[in-house]
Structure formats: C-alpha cells, structure tokens
Design a protein around this ligand. Structure first.
Ligand code: C2E
Ligand code: MG
Ligand code: MG
Ligand code: MG
Length: 276
C-alpha cells in the first residue's frame, strides 16, 4: 500500500493495523493538533504536456508527518478529518501554503504554473466556501488565474444546485475547477454539461489498463471526445509507462500526471527539477 501511494521512501502508517478504537482516538486527537504542531507537509506533483515534456501545472497533495507513525498518506487521514470537521482548517492551510509557494517562485523569477488544490465534499458544502477562498486569495494578493480546485466526481454529485452555484462563483472570479477521478462516479451527461468546469481528470483506474484492456481504452477515448465536445481539457491521471504515454498521444490526450514523469515531491525538488 505504501508503494501504491507513491512514496515508498517513507515508513508508512498502515490502516490495516488500525483496528482498536483506542488507536483511532489517539490518531483523531493527534490530527487535531497536527497543524499547530507543524506536522502537515505539502507535496507537489507536476502536470505535463506529453508533446513537449513541459510542465503545465502542479497539484498540491497533503501528507501528515507523524512523530511516531511516520509519513501518513492522505487516504488514511482525510476521512478522519472529514468526520471531525478538521478538513476545513486543513484545506484552508493547503490553499494558503500552495498560493504562498507559487508567489515565492514568482518573486524569485521562476517559471510560474497554475497550482491545483483538492477540495473535499465537506468543504465544498460549506455555505461560505467561496468567501473564505476569496479572502485568502485577496490577503495573499494571489492571481486567481493561477489557482485550480480539484473536486471529485462523486463530491460534485451531492446537492447539485449548491455545487453549480459555488462553481459559478468560482468561475466568475477566474478560478477554474477540475473534476477529479472522472469515471468513478456516475454523473450524467446533462449534469456534466451544466457544470461550469474547465477540466476532466481521467481516473487512474482507466489509465492503468489503457494499453492492455480494450474496454478501458474505449472508455478513455469516449471521455476524450466527449470532453472535446464540451470544450474541456483532459488530464490523464496515474500515467506510469512510456506505452501509456504513446497511447495517450494517439488518442489525443495531451496532459498527463503520473509516476512516469514524477511522484509528488517537495517544493524544493519541484524547483530543482522543473522551475529553474
Ligand atoms: P488525487 O487528487 O486523485 O491525487 C492523485 C493521487 O494519485 C496521489 O496520491 C498521487 O500520489 C497518486 N498518483 C499520481 N500518479 C500516480 C501514478 O502514476 N501511480 C500511482 N499508483 N499513483 C499515482 P496521494 O498523494 O496519496 O493522494 C491521494 C488522494 O488524497 C488524492 O487523490 C486526493 O483525493 C486526496 N488528497 C490529497 N490532498 C488532499 C487535500 O488537501 N484535500 C482533500 N480533500 N483530499 C486530498
Ligand atoms: Mg486531485
Ligand atoms: Mg485525481
Ligand atoms: Mg485519484
């Protein structure tokens, strides 16, 4: 599971072991303190134009560096954070940190690319989410064109009216929204058409089988032609092999993210490898 989450260099907390409620209580309690204790880290994974190999964007991905359990991947603690409500200050911190980082790169005269942050369903449902995002952005004097929000397909399928209205506000402010893990939920074509989003991210589960399974390839091709019709950009998630890159090129999906290019890495590593 550590390998699957892409950072095998770290010792990982293992959810299978987390059976006793005492452990869970300790973990939940530690999580509440994690921001104050400076244990939350932000890693970045590049989005690449496969034709040129150039970086076109970054996605910020959160990790929890626990003093005893080691580096804990988001899938192990985001659900706890969603349950307790800690996800709200956590994602506010992620937004602030990611924007501050891009501003710093800008000041240093480095290449500047948009940064994407993930927004959970709990956060999305907060009535004042737009106002709080905008107040952070104004405070940091951040260019909204450089911010993207990634929201999973399933998160967008609750309370559709609210979602459409928030997405409209974001679009009006110049903040683009990507539908994350596309293909794993069951959004209808008409709902998709009514959503003010800019991008679909094809879920890793299709991309993984794209070169070996004709159905997955067919689904990917369908998503791509549909996205074109709707004027959306497409990013293939979880690209791991050169064969997948070749096939994506063939089916005209030109943006990719995955271990083939880079795992999520620290801001320092991004600087060294992409933004000199
Ligand atoms: P996601 O947003 O779909 O992010 C992509 C995940 O796939 C990342 O896992 C990334 O490391 C992994 N990945 C990227 N390329 C490859 C590849 O080629 N192969 C494989 N096997 N995996 C790849 P990570 O960082 O563990 O994050 C997992 C999920 O946790 C994210 O999925 C996202 O849903 C969630 N997450 C991370 N940060 C946040 C956050 O600030 N807020 C919320 N709500 N969720 C977050
Ligand atoms: Mg994402
Ligand atoms: Mg994704
Ligand atoms: Mg995903």
């Amino acid at each position: 599971n550590a390998k699957e989450n892409g950072s095998s260099q770290y010792q990982f907390y293992d959810a299978e072991r987390d059976q006793t409620s005492l452990e869970r209580i300790i973990l939940e309690n530690d999580l509440e303190q994690s921001l104050d204790n400076d244990q939350i880290r932000l890693f970045y994974q590049p989005k690449i134009d496969i034709r040129s190999g150039e970086i076109v964007g970054l996605e910020a991905l959160v990790r929890w560096e626990h003093p005893i359990l080691g580096m804990i991947p988001p899938l192990e603690f985001i659900p706890l954070a969603e349950k307790s409500g800690f996800i709200i200050p956590l994602e506010q911190w992620v937004l602030r940190t990611a924007c501050t980082q891009v501003k710093k790169w800008e000041r240093e005269g480095r290449q500047v690319v948009p940064v994407a942050v993930n927004v959970s369903q709990i956060h999305l449902m907060k009535p004042d989410i737009f106002q709080t995002i905008m107040s952070t952005i104004r405070e940091l004097d951040f260019d909204t064109q450089l911010l993207e929000l990634e929201i999973t397909e399933s998160a967008m399928m609750h309370n559709e009216e609210h979602v459409i209205s928030i997405l409209n506000d974001l679009q009006g402010a110049g903040i683009s929204v990507s539908m994350d893990d596309f293909g794993t939920g069951y959004s209808s074509l008409s709902y998709l058409q009514s959503l003010p989003i800019g991008c679909l991210k094809i879920d890793r589960s299709f991309v993984r089988k794209i070169t070996t399974d004709t159905d997955s390839r067919a689904i990917a091709e369908m998503i791509i032609s549909m996205a074109k019709q709707l004027g959306l950009t497409i990013v293939a998630e979880g690209v791991e092999t050169i064969e997948q890159v070749a096939l994506l090129k063939e089916i005209q999906c030109y943006n990719a993210q995955g271990f083939y290019y880079s795992k999520p890495v620290s801001a320092d590593q991004i600087e060294g490898q992409y933004l000199e």
